[in-house]
Ligand binder design. Structure first.
Ligand code: IPM
Ligand code: MG
Length: 370
């Protein structure tokens, strides 16, 4: 089999530290397991701005387009708070999503049993939690035009963001959600605000049509997004797959992450449309946590979300389900051993650094492979 081409974009802040742990695991799989990974590394976010004055260079965009999968760390930080909007660190990530056509963002929120007490909710509400948020990622208010601030004079300005959804965008993300539900508990909850937003009305309509036409076997439920948000913290285990737009998905995935004990635990996959001829699709894998400038460079960040993102990459881009399972089990086993980074630490556990957590997971992974 031809080598697997990975493009690594560690980015800023704890993205860099977390990616270092992923590199250890890739190196092991490459050398010891002969899995033949070919890694290139580039710059994104503030790091790219410092080097090239832009949030991602054309060169690195080409490399991202040529790769089988992109592993992305995090972008942003106070150092770049004043750079022009067009080249702010986040623009690098948004350009990758748009140009690679990564419309489907999968954000699983799984509560590892040994971490249930680290959740901000009561143990019984989150123990065994396993939900999947499917967030539309290339449309909505993130990319809609016009998007601008107009000077009205007299000290007044007007800010405009535009929420737009076309039928095909809702149709294809709904299908991703229904297909995934079939591999899980077979239930989809669609969240929108059809009581206020035109996009909510169309969203609701199209999801229902897709369901009635091709997915009658899947249970479909609609909730207004605010009420869904309330349910997410009241009784999160009622959900299986949640499908929602770009902005609601951004918000609810942070909430779901926190339910699992720490924002440092949640991985994500962003997938493009499958090429009918080659069967390939662009894909980018990233932790849901951001660059966490407050703890960056201290060696205390939790690398689990980044490592779990690698597991998703093995599963979705390379169809290596067994290796992905092993890596996820290694993470779970290390947590069962009481090994904790500061963000998930509790009394009586063993507090470790980012590097020690990465080493512990790699060590477990090795024993599981053997
Ligand atoms: C996320 C992040 C991004 C987003 C930022 C960094 C642009 O919060 O991936 O959830 O808003 O989508
Ligand atoms: Mg977010």
């Amino acid at each position: 089999m031809a080598s697997r081409k990975l493009f690594l974009l560690p980015g800023d802040g704890i993205g860099v530290e977390s990616m270092a742990e992923v590199k250890k695991i890739i190196a092991y799989m490459d050398k010891e397991l002969g899995l033949d990974f070919e890694c290139e590394e580039g710059l994104v976010g503030g790091a790219a701005y410092d080097a090239h004055g832009t949030a991602i260079s054309e060169e690195d965009m080409k490399r991202a387009l040529a790769a089988d999968a992109v592993l992305f760390g995090a972008v942003g930080g106070p150092k770049w708070a004043k750079v022009p909007y067009e080249v702010r660190p986040e623009a690098g990530l948004l350009r990758l999503r748009k140009d690679l056509g990564l419309f489907a963002n999968l954000r699983p929120a799984i509560c590892y049993p040994s971490l249930a007490s680290a959740s901000s909710l009561k143990r019984e509400l989150v123990d065994g939690l396993d939900i999947l948020i499917v967030r539309e990622l290339t449309g909505g208010v993130y990319f809609g035009e016009p998007k601008e601030i107009i000077d009205l004079g007299h000290g007044q300005k007007r800010a405009i963001d535009t929420q737009i959804y076309d039928t095909y965008e809702i149709d294809r993300i709904a299908r991703v959600a229904f297909d995934l539900a079939r591999t899980r508990k077979n239930k989809v909850t669609s969240l929108e605000k059809h009581n206020v937003m035109k996009t909510g009305i169309l969203w609701n309509e199209v999801v229902t049509e897709v369901h009635d036409k091709d997915y009658k076997d899947v249970t479909l439920e609609h909730m207004l997004a605010d009420s869904g948000g309330m349910q997410l913290v009241r009784a999160p285990k009622q959900f299986d797959v949640i499908v929602t737009d770009n902005l609601f998905g951004d918000i609810f995935s942070d909430i779901a992450a926190m339910l699992t004990g720490s924002l440092g635990m949640l991985p994500s996959a962003s997938l493009g449309e499958e090429d009918k001829k080659t069967g390939k699709r662009h894909a980018l894998y990233e932790p849901v946590h951001g660059s966490a400038p407050d703890i960056a460079g201290k060696g205390i960040a939790n690398p689990i979300a980044m490592i779990a993102s690698l597991a998703m990459c093995l599963r979705y881009s390379f169809l290596m389900g067994a290796e992905a399972d092993r890596l996820e089990k290694a993470i779970s086993a290390v947590l069962d051993d009481g090994v904790r980074t500061a963000d998930i630490y509790s009394e009586g556990m063993k507090k470790v650094s980012t590097g020690e957590m990465g080493d512990a997971i790699l060590q477990k992974f090795k024993t599981m492979v053997a």
